[in-house]
Structures are given as C-alpha cells and as structure tokens.
Design a protein around this ligand. Structure first.
Ligand code: ZN
Length: 60
C-alpha cells in the first residue's frame, strides 16, 4: 500500500487540508488546522501529517 501519511513540510502553522492529493477517494471537506507546540499535526479526517519546518530546518 502506498504511504498516505508521508509528512508534509509546511512553513506556516496554519494549514489547510482537503484530503491527500494522491488518494482522491480519501478527500474530505476543506478544514484548517493549527500546528501546536510539538511542530506537527495530524489531519483528523485523512491522517495526513503536517510538520512545521522552521527556517533552520529548511536552510540549505
Ligand atoms: Zn486531511
């Protein structure tokens, strides 16, 4: 089974989810999530994981 829970790196703590792009069958109404202090949040609908990437992590 393809991994549907590959973390999505985001640069803002407010993220939108309407389902995994690679699994349209798991789509759901658009919701907004706010990443808390642990720097990650799971979508309660589809289980998609958003990880907050701060500047230190994305700097190359
Ligand atoms: Zn979702």
């Amino acid at each position: 089974m393809k991994n549907l829970h590959e973390p999505v790196m985001v640069l803002e703590k407010n993220v939108m989810c309407d389902g995994p792009s690679n699994a349209p069958a798991l789509g759901h109404p658009r919701i907004y999530l706010h990443i808390q202090t642990d720097n990650r949040i799971d979508c309660p609908y589809c289980g998609k994981v958003f990880v907050y990437a701060n500047n230190a992590l994305i700097a190359d």
